[in-house]
Design a protein around this ligand. Structure first.
Ligand SMILES: [Zn+2]
Length: 74
């Protein structure tokens, strides 16, 4: 479930922080729960904001648009 208060949507992404590097990562939902990460739904994952001077790296493998596999020969 999404970690944001008041949000009951299913989590689709995992947010993690590296304070030393001032970097925030958005990744595909982690299979294993981890105390240092937060799971977010699609809406909250897409609206993540990071503090000034921090990097936000969206490394989710999910890409917009339909998959192209299977179109050949159709
Ligand atoms: Zn949410």
């Amino acid at each position: 479930m999404c970690a944001r208060p008041g949000c009951d949507r299913a989590a689709v992404a995992t947010l993690s922080y590296a304070y030393a590097a001032s970097t925030v990562w958005l990744e595909d939902l982690a299979a294993e729960p981890h105390p240092m990460v937060h799971d977010l739904c699609a809406i909250h994952a897409d609206t993540v904001r990071v503090p000034r001077g921090w990097d936000l790296r969206d490394e989710r493998s999910v890409s917009p648009g339909p998959p192209t596999l299977g179109l050949i020969g159709a």
